[in-house]
Design a protein around this ligand. Structure first.
Ligand code: SF4
Length: 521
């Protein structure tokens, strides 16, 4: 085998990893033999094995743990069957039982839930901490899975190269631990790392001339071209490689679609990479994009969904675009009759095109059940300063259109943008209260200032100065505490609490479309 692709923990185990499926699809089309393992899904299922969890619980587990152990198999089954969407309370209870079991493994230093992994004594943004993980000096709660299950499986594959795809910060510490184990077990196999998380380090790694051992190569941007180049050339290539070629065709053959924690199988798919807008000053996609913008021809995208549905039997799609292009939305609406058996959700901008009721109804008929939208602020002045390019008048009308068409909205709001005044924060509260009836789901957060944003002065310190690979700069304590107070106040308002309580625990937007506020699915 030429290449083994790995998706390390921890991310939400709700759907297969699109990055691996795209790389596998592209490299196979080039004639390489490739396998992909979703080590994230495997790790969660390993930890949630009833016998293993019972052993971790010890002889005298607490009542909540005893109850969770008794419900373990039933909970796993419920979250992987259509019955999981019949009752939100039953679904939420099953998720909480499984979370109780995950916590059996965490000890004093680690924290794990469905999607997040943190270590109290190790930072994923400190090279020395990554090196300690790689050397095996601080084993994580994934070490048992890596050693007992994953390494023997890799030994059976015997690949020429292994590539780890690291897209989220919660994957970093386990990924480096895994890389260290692989380097010691298979010293002859070159290890390559890539993915969105590492790409966000492109400038800083080059600037610091930092080689992240035990990886022999780091790929920035799309991995399709560099991986093909490495497989053809052997090890004779620079340490840092930049990818430019983007492929949109995914091959999901390696993934056990029914094993994911999702009441119905969902496939991720993207109509574009990068962001066609790319001007929001708070957004890493604007200041240091992971991918240059490219898109599938709009007219070809409905065909892509139909082909994937026919090949896999899956009817539900997660469009992972940063913002689905308007031309793609129009193409989906135009093919509504052909797509009506499918269901899909994803991010869009509050584009003026969505004021067109016919387009919105067409999207609903094409299977759109939920749209994620970055409102960010209820103050027009803040939106202007952030380069958001949207109008609150349009936003209000679009939310009403979506609700009328039966499409749930999942709205993202952030407080604490640089210089945001108390009046501007109050305007956000006012906007949300006026439109609470039209908002299906809500994500409220404090703003994080990306290190490369032009809102940050080059002199502004990193959020954690001891972590040179950190992604964010400090916003100043005074602004932060005012924003924190405004956020707490918002969360306590009854109208807002009603919306927040609809959020599926831990799986949030990945499962929200199973539980639309109006009851239709
Ligand atoms: S916030 Fe969304 S629309 Fe704005 S640049 Fe980032 S990805 Fe694009």
């Amino acid at each position: 085998m030429d290449l083994l692709l790995l998706h390390p923990p921890a991310t939400k185990p709700a759907e297969p990893p699109l990055g691996l499926a795209v790389l596998a699809g592209h490299l196979r089309s080039q004639g390489f033999t490739v396998a992909a393992i979703d080590a994230n899904l495997q790790a969660y299922l390993y930890l949630l094995d009833p016998e293993r969890a019972a052993a971790a619980a010890g002889a005298q587990p607490a009542t909540a743990v005893r109850r969770a152990l008794g419900q373990c198999e039933r909970s796993l089954q419920l979250l992987r069957s259509p019955a999981g969407v019949a009752s939100f309370p039953r679904y939420a209870t099953a998720v909480r039982h499984l979370q109780t079991l995950l916590e059996l493994y965490t000890g004093a230093d680690e924290r794990l839930n469905f999607g997040d992994y943190d270590h109290r004594r190790l930072s994923p943004f400190v090279p020395a901490d990554l090196a300690r993980c790689a050397k095996g000096e601080v084993p994580t709660l994934f070490a048992g899975y890596f050693r007992e299950q994953l390494l023997p499986e890799i030994a059976r594959h015997r690949p020429r190269c292994i590539a780890l795809s690291i897209n989220y910060r919660h994957q970093l510490l386990p990924a480096f631990e895994l890389a260290g184990l692989l380097a010691r077990a298979f010293p002859e196999i070159p290890l390559i790392a890539g993915g969105g998380m590492l790409t966000s380090w492109r400038e800083v790694l080059r600037h610091l001339e930092l080689h992240l051992l035990p990886f022999r190569h780091i790929v920035f941007g799309p991995g399709e071209g560099p991986l093909a180049q490495l497989l053809r050339a052997g090890g004779a290539a620079p340490y840092f490689l930049d990818g430019t070629t983007t492929c949109h065709t995914a091959d999901f053959a390696d993934f056990p679609l029914c094993d994911y924690l999702s009441p119905l199988p969902v496939l991720p798919v993207s109509a574009s990479r990068g962001c066609y807008w790319g001007r929001c000053r708070f957004c890493p996609e604007a200041s240091s994009p992971t991918h240059a913008y490219s898109a599938v021809a709009a007219g070809a995208f409905p065909e892509l969904l139909l082909r994937l549905a026919a090949e896999t039997g899956v009817r539900r799609f997660h469009l992972t675009d940063n913002a689905i292009p308007v031309a793609t939305l129009r193409a989906l609406a135009a093919r509504a009759d052909d797509l009506q058996q499918l269901r899909w959700h994803g991010f869009v901008r509050f584009e003026r095109a969505l004021l067109d009721g016919e387009l919105v109804r067409g999207l609903a008929r094409s299977g759109c059940t939920l749209l994620q939208l970055g409102l960010e602020s209820g103050s027009q002045a803040v939106l202007e300063r952030m380069g958001k390019g949207t109008s609150l008048v349009d936003v209000a009308a679009i939310l009403a259109q979506l609700k009328a068409a039966g499409i749930a909205s999942y709205v993202y709001v952030m407080l604490g943008t640089p210089g945001e005044s108390p009046e501007e924060m109050a305007a956000t509260e006012d906007f949300l209260l006026r439109h609470a009836d039209e908002i299906g789901f809500l994500n409220l957060a404090l703003m994080n200032l990306p290190r490369d944003s032009d809102l940050a002065s080059a002199a502004a310190p990193l959020l954690d100065e001891a972590a040179p690979l950190g992604l964010y700069r400090s916003l100043g304590d005074a602004d932060r505490s005012a924003a924190r107070r405004a956020l707490t106040r918002l969360q306590q308002l009854p109208e807002i609490r009603t919306i927040l309580q609809r959020t599926p625990p831990y799986f949030t937007s990945n499962h929200a479309f199973f539980f639309p506020p109006s009851g239709q699915s």
